[in-house]
Design a protein around this ligand. Sequence first.
Ligand code: FRU
Length: 466
Amino acid sequence: MTEILIQKAYNEVKKHRNMVINDPYRLRYHLMPPVGLLNDPNGLIQFKGIYHVFYQWNPFETTHGAKFWGHYTSEDMVHWREEPIALAPSEWYDKNGCYSGSAVESDGKLYLFYTGNVKKEDGTRETYQCLAVSENGIDFEKLGPVLNLPEHYTAHFRDPKVWRKDDHWYMVIGAQTLEEKGTVALFHSKDLYHWEEAGIIAGSEMDGLKDFGYMWECPDLVHLNGKDVLLVSPQGLKPVGDFYHNLFQSGYFIGELDYKRMKFPHGAFTELDRGFDFYAPQTFTDESGRIILYGWMGITDELESYQPTIVNRWVHALTIPRELELHHGKIFQRPVRELKKLRKNHVVVETNKFEGISAELIMDFVKAGPFKISFRNEAYLSFDSDRLTLERRNLMSGNLEARTCKIASVSKLQIFMDHSSLEIFINDGEEVFTTRYFPNPNDSIISVEGEADFKLIKWHLGDDGE
Ligand code: FRU
């Protein structure tokens, strides 16, 4: 069963490879599915020196379905190898999807935790938290479910993220209570195989939060600069001011996990990204101690089926890796330094109009003031007094749509452009805007207008000439 399913997926990759790689919107330095649909980053880890990125993958369609875990490895997070499929939805406990999860190392082996998604004939759902193990980090043996659904949650119970502290293992799971409130459940274990529930550590209508969504997906608890930070992707928030304008959000709560009482008193929720396409991020700590985040540069919303890459049989990508730091109660996100390896042809730009498709722009502002940048006549970043706005064309209506964020001043912009994406880091990662956009492939004009004065450096990114 497993072999047949995996072979079917490889056949699909082979059959469409040419069409996929020749898509004008194919990205140059982002992780993408070889065919089909990619969503969440999974199982992020540096294992025996090698970086591993797994991802939610439907090889057969550009819609969501029974997910596989695709797999890439790298020595430097810049050059990637496509590895054999890590997990396929072949068993009774994961037959409708090997859903999101995480990776840990123990005794020199790589363990994957993931959610086995099962849909029954009557339309109801079952969920199993499953384990798989590998000696070499490439070939995985499934060990089956290690945790069944506790009674007090609905079957929306998934995305185990596991970590070790002292001699214990801990796991957070995104869950929905029977009252349909989004929460995060905490479990602990001595051996990775037997898990005990510690309780709910955060959720809608808890700890000073009002109604905060009907489901929380992809929780992640990370120790950052002396604090514990709970990252989570809540579903069901309504827009408030400049916030929560995407269908689903991703953000974090800063607090302190009391490992004795298993409680997590925490502060307010902060969105991680202010753009259009960012969801289900996950972090890992690499061997040098950096906390690195990948997000899905996409989201499940009404625009998903309008993505123009679908005609060429692929959809979505991951973000570039970002290093996290906590300053004055706020996460700052910066592109990992390894991405400098992509830089080619350093240019000091001295005109208001120049060209770039796959490029990194660094703008250091020497005089503040309003400005507007046009990216290939399809997306616009503008700043006026204390508001930064990113506009792009809505894939369904064709009209411009905007995301806005309040910011006192803009002193620096670092912008990663790829053939159909923008990742804009403001003031060394104080805010980030991530978006896909689909300009005319022949339009490479970037223009800047306004009163602000800046020094602008441009690099071409990637191996192709431009
Ligand atoms: C988030 C998510 C997860 C789930 C996975 C399924 O995008 O819905 O909660 O595990 O995607 O692909």
